[in-house]
Write a protein of this length. Structure first.
Length: 361
């Protein structure tokens, strides 16, 4: 029994060590190369890429620490990176390059800088710093500064930004023509009808780095300026929640969904239900259709008391309606109890025949 227990413990320990080794793969690999450099060079590279500090240090800060000029710091960093880059045939560096390249290839050749760093180095600043060092040394990867059209990105060397822009602009035109947020599959279908075939995942990977086209928290794509994509105030957020849920909701449910889908203001702990209620009751896009329950007016729901809604239904009909017909009509625009409708019918409207109602003259 003891030997089995020890065997299980050893297996668990080996698995943990393997997982740990994977988590710190880049920092461990970098040690293999930095260990062959002078101590000061190792420390300067670590400081420059933020491997030990909360953030990467500037050339000026490092120069002050070692009492050397900024230019000398630049030379030391450049020389160290040059040494690592010169080891391109080293099996370890080839493995590093393969990991970075395969990650970018899985995203069709382009990724936001932060996404690539988080994907490959989620274990902390030392691992992230080591990854940054390797990226600087490898010719297969190019970094692009942010523009008005895309975020800061890493791309494979042979990736065409011109082709990226062509695809992005075409997708943007499809969205502008639709004039509404689209599900991914719908967007791709519309795109494919007008343009040369682009793989669905490639389209989404291209759009993921764009600034003027975004995907909202519910997975729909649209222009970045649309309220359905980036809602700003409480009313816009509530409108998006109701539109997505496609049914009336209590204001407490709306507040909870705003928070659960990450739409809340990051400065606040949570959305206050009463604040949501106060905002919605003042906006004509929302209709109070029950006790604290809101719907969108675009769904055909109408404001007013139950009596007023009943009167509108009967006047529009232009003839007496049975109790069942009235109930069917009012439930299309209000969430109200059957007993409440019957009380209002018997109190404020004329009864004709056995069980039909009309507006009093």
């Amino acid at each position: 029994m003891a030997s089995k227990k020890n065997s299980a413990t050893q297996a668990a320990q080996t698995e943990a060590e393997t997982a740990s080794g994977e988590a710190f793969f880049f920092s461990a690999a970098l040690e293999e190369f930095l260990g062959r450099l002078p101590g000061r060079s190792r420390d300067i590279v670590a400081a420059r890429f933020g491997m030990e500090e909360a953030h990467p240090k500037t050339l000026e800060e490092i120069g002050q620490t070692y009492r050397i000029t900024r230019e000398r710091v630049r030379q030391i960093v450049g020389s160290s990176l040059g040494f690592i880059a010169g080891e391109r045939e080293h099996p370890l560096l080839r493995t590093v390059a393969a990991r970075i390249q395969s990650t970018l290839e899985a995203k069709n050749g382009i990724m936001k800088i932060e996404e690539l760093l988080y994907t490959l180095a989620p274990a902390g600043k030392k691992e992230r710093g080591a990854l940054l060092v390797f990226i600087e040394c490898l010719s297969i990867v190019t970094d692009e500064k942010a523009t008005k059209e895309h975020h800061k990105v890493y791309r494979l060397k042979d990736f065409s930004l011109a082709e990226w822009k062509k695809v992005k602009d075409a997708a943007k035109a499809v969205l502008e023509e639709a004039n509404q947020a689209l599900e991914g599959e719908d967007l791709h279908t519309r795109f494919a009808k007008k343009h040369s075939a682009v793989d669905m995942q490639a389209l989404f990977d291209f759009l993921a780095v764009a600034k003027d086209v975004h995907q909202n928290v519910f997975g729909k794509w649209g222009l970045a300026g649309w309220s359905d994509i980036k809602p700003r105030g409480t009313r816009e957020k509530a409108h998006l929640v109701l539109k997505t849920m496609s049914k009336p909701l209590h204001f407490r449910e709306i507040a909870a969904l705003i928070d659960s889908y990450g739409l809340k203001n990051s400065k606040k702990r949570q959305s206050h239900p009463q604040t949501v209620h106060n905002e919605l009751i003042k906006d004509t896009r929302f209709v109070l259709v029950g006790r604290g329950i809101y719907a969108l007016s675009e769904w055909g729901y109408k404001k007013g008391t139950v009596k007023e809604v009943l009167e509108d239904i009967l006047r529009t009909a232009g003839k007496p309606l049975s109790r069942e017909e009235v109930l069917a009509e009012i439930l299309k625009v209000r969430q109200v109890k059957k007993s409440t409708v019957i009380i209002n019918l018997n109190t404020f409207f004329s009864r004709t025949g056995k069980n039909a109602y009309t507006v009093k003259k």
